[in-house]
Write a protein that binds this ligand. Structure first.
Ligand SMILES: *Cc1c(COP(=O)(O)O)cnc(C)c1O
Length: 385
């Protein structure tokens, strides 16, 4: 029987728990770095926990099931999950990557990969012709993120996959903002889907984690090889936390998205807000494409105030959201991309991507929406017109 993803969220990881026949509803936390072997010739399924651990295996199975993929992997952070598939490349290879990529991915691609001879071209991936024009004879991967961070720019996933297939390239997609619930990227032909599980998957601002899913057996083998060779797998207690938190992701995300829509409309109609970036507003660039490939507008929005002074006055006047990096928590998180998520980016690179000094990003949590709107209204009063 084909099950809905909400059901997989709850049950995806626990079968591993049943496997030991004790009937535990939650998978045991196997705090064991090594595993006893019964015979000198015949080793069991697990030998050393860097290479594999039953709790991590339960989570990885769950991730694969959620993404509708054969293979899933859990990493010590989202950026470790971004790094692993890129490490499958070799010296001399090239990637085409979306220009408004997550700040940490930008740092990895611009500062670290070039040392190993892996080069890149940044492209505005909402322009498919520009993507195709950036492909070189040594290009191996198209790396996209949609909606992007922090201006929620939309990339046509099917369009990118078609270009990749035509040129025999792989598509890697960072799906952190939409979750496997609302953007079925593997089904659209993406080769590797990546999440910072620190965000919506875990959802409580508690752990740092990353996950990957793929249907490509060769990529899966290579990614596992890198996870084991670099030792970047997720620790077992965090695996357990993530398994538990994934169960409520469906209801969390739905409620947060509903509130985000209301808050976005409030900001959109406010005279002191210059622009709102949110895929739930019909005025948002790429609105139609986004809704053709995703079943939600998500819970993250950005908005532009006049300048730095306005952003500062607003951020310091709000009372409900935490003012912090990160997103996807049950508590609303207000952040200032120029000094937070995108601090690793040079000022010129930020300006080119629309990350202006008045830009704020809001990840809407589970607080009462009337309270959030009232808080934003009073904070906007403190902003000079
Ligand atoms: C946070 C984030 C990352 C990095 O994840 P960490 O868990 O912080 O390492 C990657 N991509 C996106 C879109 C993110 O928001």
């Amino acid at each position: 029987m084909g099950k809905h993803i909400e059901t997989a969220l709850i049950h995806g990881a626990i079968r591993e728990g049943y496997a030991d026949k004790k009937g535990a509803v939650n998978p045991p936390i196997y705090l064991s770095s090594t595993f006893h072997q019964e015979s000198i010739d015949d080793f069991g399924e697990y030998d050393y926990a860097r290479s594999g651990n039953p709790t991590r295996a339960a989570l990885e199975k769950c991730i694969a099931e959620l993404e509708g993929a054969q293979f899933g992997y859990a990493f010590a952070s989202g950026i470790a999950a971004v790094t692993a598939p890129l490490m499958t490349l070799s010296q001399g290879d090239h990637i085409v990557i979306t220009e408004d990529v997550y700040g940490g991915t930008y740092r990895l691609v611009t500062k670290l990969l070039p040392r190993y001879g892996i080069t890149h071209t940044f492209v505005d991936c909402s322009d498919l012709a520009a993507v195709e024009a950036a492909i070189q004879p040594n290009t191996k991967v198209l790396f996209i993120e949609t909606p992007s961070n922090p201006t929620l720019k939309i990339t046509d996933i099917r369009g990118i996959v078609a270009i990749a297939k035509k040129h025999n390239l792989k598509t890697f997609l960072d799906n952190t903002f939409m979750t496997p619930l609302h953007q079925r990227t593997i089904e659209m032909g993406v080769d590797v889907v990546i999440h910072s599980a620190t965000k919506f998957l875990s959802g409580h601002s508690d752990i740092i984690a990353g996950v990957i899913a793929t249907n490509d057996p060769q990529l899966a083998e290579d990614i596992y090889f890198i996870q084991n060779s670099c030792g970047t797998a997720l620790g077992v207690q965090d695996c357990y936390t993530l398994i538990q938190n994934i169960k409520t992701m469906g209801v969390r995300f739905e409620a947060e998205t509903k509130s985000a829509q209301i808050l976005a409309e409030f900001l959109h109609n406010h005279p002191k807000v210059e622009h709102v970036y949110y895929p739930g507003l019909p005025t948002h660039e790429g609105y139609d494409i986004h809704h053709s490939q995703s079943t939600s507008a998500g819970a993250v929005l950005s908005f532009r105030l006049k300048d730095y002074a306005a952003a500062k006055a607003f951020a310091e006047a709000t009372e409900i959201p935490v003012f912090a990096v990160s997103l996807g928590g049950v508590e609303s998180i207000l952040s200032y991309p120029p000094k937070m998520s995108h601090a690793a980016m040079e000022p010129e690179a930020r300006a080119q991507r629309g990350i202006t000094d008045g830009l704020l990003r809001m990840s809407v949590g589970l607080e009462n929406i009337d309270d959030l709107v009232a808080d934003f209204a009073q904070a906007l009063e403190k902003v000079d017109a």
